[in-house]
Design a protein around this ligand. Structure first.
Ligand code: 8X3
Length: 250
């Protein structure tokens, strides 16, 4: 029987690559994002491979999350896999100079948004006695770096929530996988630097960064592990990256 996966932030980057990898693996998809046009395009691109539906909502809005999940037709309600991918970095600089609006944006999506979606999806998994949650964290959740303290704090929270979810949900047959990528070339830095493309490009200069597909491969591996195996924690770095801020550039 085919499985159903719900992916947040499916319109770009790791979320989109995961949707593509899952389509190849025959996993039906509930694609979620804020950008309807992009969701439509991805749905068209993948719909010859698997069944796909999409939900437009912002994970930061709890009411919208609940409404969207409630609107799923019964054939889509038994979600087997939840990919908590939506999230971003906003701004880069010392804490005392940060714009608090950037803190709100990061904590509201990376932490609270992840919680809202998990809260809406998990009771069904508990009732069915099976499920798999994959939380997209970051190397930033394991190593704090200068100028990124709130982003790092938001991802440290994801690390703690992955552990907490595993503690609460293992007894209900639900697996929890935490994935902590290093430097992945996506729109991430563009968003962090608020559209300053030259600055964003510099982050990935002089070495071969990870691609979103590399992370999607690892996620597919985790969700395809045998029933008796939980891939609990994956840290994935570019080969030239030794730590969060240690990258060997040519
Ligand atoms: C993104 C990776 O190293 O820029 O989460 O924090 S990093």
């Amino acid at each position: 029987m085919s499985r159903i996966a719900l992916i947040t932030g499916a319109t770009s980057g790791i979320g989109k690559a995961t949707a593509e990898a899952f389509a190849q693996a025959g996993i039906d998809l509930i694609l979620c994002g804020r950008r309807q046009e992009r969701l439509k395009e991805l749905t068209v691109a993948l719909s010859s491979q698997v069944r796909i539906t999409s939900l437009v909502f912002d994970v930061q809005n709890q009411e919208a999350v609940v409404k969207a999940l409630d609107s799923l037709p019964s054939a889509w309600q038994e979600i087997d896999i939840l990919i908590n991918n939506a999230g971003n970095a906003h701004g880069f600089g010392p804490l005392h100079e940060n714009d608090p609006a950037d803190w709100d944006a990061m904590l509201d999506s990376n932490v609270k948004g992840l919680l809202y979606v998990t809260r809406a999806v998990t009771p069904g998994m508990v009732a069915r006695g099976r499920g798999h949650i994959v939380n997209i964290s970051s190397i930033a959740g394991k190593q704090t770096y200068a100028n990124g303290s709130v982003y790092c704090a938001s991802k440290a929270a994801v690390e703690a929530l992955s552990e907490g979810m595993r503690l609460d949900l293992t007894q209900h047959g639900i697996k929890v996988t935490n994935v902590a990528p290093g430097a992945v070339e996506t729109e991430f830095s563009n968003v962090r630097f608020k559209g300053d493309e030259a600055r964003a490009a510099k982050v990935y200069e002089g070495f071969d960064p990870l691609r979103a597909e590399d992370i999607a491969d690892a996620i597919r591996y985790a969700v395809n592990a045998p029933a008796h195996v939980t891939i609990a924690d994956l840290t994935i770095l570019a080969a030239a990256q030794a730590a969060a801020t240690t990258v060997y550039r040519k």
